[in-house]
Design a protein around this ligand. Structure first.
Ligand code: NAD
Length: 391
């Protein structure tokens, strides 16, 4: 069976799906691994390093895509420079493993189904103990949380730690983290390591202890509704609860030097947590880093992919932060993907997609011409309804 690693053509994608170490492990298992020439270049893994690990370097990308049994990628498939879609290059029945954003962009799922590709979406891996080694959302979110703090610290015209010097005492920076999931918890840990005083807020009360164990203060908002959905994720909350949380968090936003927002609700636009009024109350020179910029932003002033200054406050809306640390992002993603591949091969080293396995079942969004996932089908239908209403 042939596993192929594609070179990412998305400009802001510097990660690669397998690194030489993981290639060596798959080759040792008796699998054939093809790597597109230059696939690891932007993450500092050279063609010779892949070759030394036992990979076959393929220069012709059409050959690589069309002859792969399992095609590995990081970003969703794209339109190529020659105008052809990467999806169209795959052979019928091939398996694609990648981030696919099927809830945000269900059209890709439709194209994959039309092309009879078996597509496994890394976003759909269940957040269970057994699937932990495959949990790419977590491995990448943790990198984003770390980097968000560094970006915030670099943009702040102040020190982070408390310093007592001959020239006087410097007070520590105040950092407020909104959303204490995987990214938020890593942001808390990073800001604490840099010496800041940290507060954090989340609508899921269960995170209080984790926040406190990292040395941050938990900002509690008592809501009268259930805030946790299936799988431990946050639910979209009612307008009344939104107002209630905004009243409580406004004071903390106002006093913060750096606000880092990470709040998401799967399949929905990011919740609006920081209003214009709140930004207007912040001290000039303070900084907001909005990790939800790509999903519409947690802050009303965020512009995705841009750093702007609004009323003296710097608002940073980074896109694809994990890609800015491509060495470790690729290393962790490669481990996630390699663990998933183990579920797709049988003892004879042949491809076997077993829907009796709960992880394969949850992650597989298209197979044999069908979109298998109800939430993706619903997202596609909602999009089609919206488009026909406009036309
Ligand atoms: P996420 O990226 O979907 O959201 C980030 C955080 O934003 C979450 O903590 C969420 O509660 C919070 N949030 C959403 N709406 C909010 C609002 N209006 N105000 C404030 N905060 C808001 O989440 P994630 O980091 O991917 O993790 C989500 C869940 O998955 C958590 O329960 C986490 O513990 C769980 N998880 C489990 C495993 C595992 O068991 N293997 C692994 C990773 C994550």
């Amino acid at each position: 069976m042939r596993i192929a690693v594609a070179r990412e053509i998305e400009v802001c994608e510097r990660r690669v799906a397998l690194i030489p170490d993981t290639v060596a492990r798959l080759v040792k298992q008796g699998l054939e691994v093809w790597v597109e020439s230059g696939a690891g270049e932007r993450s500092f893994f050279s063609d010779p390093a892949y070759e030394a690990a036992g990979a076959i370097i393929i220069k012709d990308s059409v050959k690589l895509w069309s002859e792969a049994d399992i095609l590995l990628k990081v970003s969703p498939p794209q339109e190529r420079e020659d105008g052809r879609s990467e999806i169209d290059l795959l052979k019928e029945g091939a398996v694609l493993v990648s981030f696919l954003n099927p809830l945000g962009n269900p059209v890709v799922a439709q194209q994959l189904a039309n092309h009879k590709v078996t597509a496994l979406s890394m976003e759909m891996i269940p957040r269970t103990t057994r699937a932990q080694s495959m949990d790419a959302l977590s491995s990448q979110a943790s990198l984003a949380g770390y980097k968000a703090v560094l970006i915030g610290a670099a943009a702040l015209p102040k020190y982070f730690p408390m310093l007592t010097t001959a020239a006087g005492t410097i007070a520590p920076a105040k950092v407020f983290i909104m959303g204490a999931g995987v990214a938020g918890l890593q942001a808390i840990a990073t800001a604490r390591r840099l010496g800041a005083v940290v507060e954090a807020f989340d609508i899921r009360p269960a995170v209080k202890e984790e926040v406190q164990s990292l040395g941050a203060k938990f900002v509690e908002v008592k809501l009268e509704e259930e805030t946790v959905a299936a799988g431990g994720y946050a639910k979209e909350i009612s307008e009344t609860s939104k107002q209630r949380t905004q009243e409580v968090v406004a004071e903390h936003v106002k006093n913060a030097d750096v606000v880092i927002t990470t709040a998401q609700v799967p399949g929905k636009q990011a919740p609006r947590l920081v209003t214009e009024e709140m930004v207007a109350q912040m001290k000039p020179g303070s900084v907001i880093v909005d990790l939800a910029a790509e999903q519409g932003g947690n802050c009303a002033c965020t512009e995705p992919g841009k750093d702007i200054v609004w009323n003296g406050v710097t608002i940073i809306g980074p896109i694809n932060l994990p890609s800015s640390m491509p060495v470790h992002a690729s290393q962790l993603y490669a481990k996630n993907v390699t663990s998933l591949i183990q579920l797709l091969i049988n003892k004879e080293k042949a491809l076997q997609v077993d829907f009796g396995d709960d992880i394969v079942d949850a992650a597989c969004v298209t197979h044999a011409g069908e979109i298998r996932n109800q939430r993706v089908r619903d997202a596609l239908q909602a999009l089609n309804t919206q488009e026909s209403a406009v036309s």
